[in-house]
Design a protein around this ligand. Structure first.
Ligand code: SF4
Ligand code: SF4
Length: 474
């Protein structure tokens, strides 16, 4: 290199630490060479609020197209041009339509697609990270939340071949989770007025004593929910026992509780289907659910089965979305008896518990196929299993009994009309809601990624989630 040349600059961009090409280039010493030819440059596209496009970094490996079109069934993204002018993008600017588009960020080996929500916020080696479980539905996809300075910056997929494989859905990656929400309640409160932890705990003990003295020991109910960790759920009956109250609930809603319990009672080690089972099935029956809304990664598993030749039947399920967004061609049927189960060796039934009634849920398991239920929350399986074990009732039933005068709710999504007549409502939660500001006593809680915990997914698989960041304000 001539003396009058500027000093060499290493080829480092914002994908640094996550780009093997960049690592190899520097490791091989190519960072000190200079390229004197005319460089190809491309226009970048606006691909929506989540993904940044930087086409000049493309090495034309085609991984993005193979994932987007072949694996995920997307149609609005592809490769255009030829030879040295191949362009990976959309026909025109616009948000990527696939519900799995965020995986482009992980799949592209260079920095063509980066997570716009975390751009220029930190280098890879700056992140606080730990293996975690997605809290947004009951499938329990494995994730890695990445945080810096106690602020959650982004979420990446974590490989688990029996669950989500290499990928996660856009909801798991981009959905607003209240870790950084400015509205997240951070301080304890008494009757809507901010208080110290000591004051709030003193008020809790004092008011519990008053309610119990006035109405008897069984007048307080301890309430959990399907988003509470297994460790939290297990503590509910112990806390109720310590307080001398026999009332504890793992669900607030009766319908949700009844259906989750009916489904869990039907699941066994032998008949429970994982997403890996769905991928290798030769027939998939999707019944009574909107698969993309209730467990999007299951739709991706169904697509792999369909690509491998499986027949897909839809029974009271959302046909349009599966075809339009995941490209599955499915056959609509009226009843389970219309499906020729004897023709298949590895059939799997997928049944949603939100739309199906209890009889349908039970019938789905008796069809002679492996079964996969979709539940209402990340830990609904555990909540239902513990409800059955302890004979626990839901909060709706307990309140209707008329004896309850107060509740202590842990991360429970309470309906205002269910609890507004109770004289005492204590809430421990991290979600902002109208009720947290009005609670008799409020205690701020940690999100699932700010603590260690165990979550049991829809097939009954327990997975550990580790603390990714310390709780506290960013
Ligand atoms: S994955 Fe990235 S590097 Fe590979 S072809 Fe697509 S845009 Fe280019
Ligand atoms: S399918 Fe459910 S668990 Fe998996 S990434 Fe999406 S929202 Fe999260």
């Amino acid at each position: 290199m001539a003396d009058d040349q500027p000093p060499p600059r290493l080829p480092v961009c914002d994908e640094g630490g996550e780009c093997l090409l960049q690592d190899y280039t520097i490791a091989g010493g190519h960072g000190i060479r200079r390229y004197r030819g005319k460089k190809r440059t491309f226009n970048n596209q606006f691909l929506g609020p989540y993904i940044e496009h930087e086409m000049n970094r493309c090495i034309e490996c085609y991984r993005c197209v193979r994932f987007y079109q072949d694996f995920a069934g997307g149609t609005d993204f592809g490769v255009m041009g030829s030879a040295g002018r191949a362009y990976f993008g959309r026909f025109r600017d616009g948000q990527l339509q696939s519900p799995f588009s965020g995986n482009l960020v992980d799949i592209c080996p260079t920095g063509v697609f980066t997570d716009k929500t975390a751009r220029f916020r930190a280098r890879y080696w700056d992140y606080d990270m730990a293996p975690s479980i997605c809290p947004h539905c009951s499938l329990g996809c494995n994730t890695i939340p990445a945080a810096r300075y106690r602020e959650l910056l982004k979420t990446m997929a974590r490989r688990n071949d029996a669950v989500n494989g290499w990928f996660i859905c856009d909801r798991g990656r981009f959905a607003k989770y209240p870790v950084n929400d400015p509205a997240r309640p951070r301080a304890p409160g008494i009757d809507g007025v901010e208080a110290s932890w000591d004051q709030a705990l003193d008020a809790l003990v004092q008011r519990l004593g008053e309610v119990t003295a006035l109405h008897g020991q069984g007048s307080i109910a301890v309430v959990g929910s399907p988003r509470l960790s297994l460790e939290g759920l297990v503590m509910l009956p112990l806390l109720a026992e310590t307080m001398g109250s026999g009332n504890f609930c793992f669900f607030t809603d009766k319908d949700e509780s009844d259906k989750a319990k009916a489904a869990v009672e039907k699941l066994t080690l032998a008949n429970s289907a994982s997403m890996a089972d769905v991928q290798t099935a030769d027939a998939v029956i999707v019944m009574a659910c909107d698969l993309l809304a209730e467990g999007a990664m299951m739709a991706l598993a169904v697509r792999q089965a369909w690509r491998n030749g499986a027949r897909v039947f839809l029974l009271k399920a959302n046909v349009g979305a599966l075809t339009a967004e995941v490209g599955i061609v499915a056959e609509a049927v009226d009843s389970l008896s219309a499906i020729p189960f004897a023709d298949f060796k590895r059939p799997v039934v997928i049944c949603g518990t939100a739309q199906a009634d209890t009889a349908t849920i039970e019938k789905a398991a008796d069809a002679g196929a492996k079964i996969s239920y979709l539940f209402s929350g990340a830990n609904a399986f555990a909540a239902a299993r513990l409800s059955l074990k302890h004979g626990a009732r839901d909060l709706q039933t307990v309140v209707a009994g008329g004896k309850i005068k107060g509740i202590i709710a842990f991360e429970a999504d309470l309906a205002a009309d269910l609890v507004e007549k109770l004289p005492f409502v204590a809430i421990a939660d991290y979600m902002p809601s109208d009720l947290t500001g009005k609670a008799s006593v409020f205690l701020p809680a940690t999100t699932t990624i700010e603590m260690d915990g165990t979550f049991i997914n829809n097939e009954g698989r327990a997975s550990a989630s580790k603390r990714s960041l310390n709780p506290g304000c960013p």
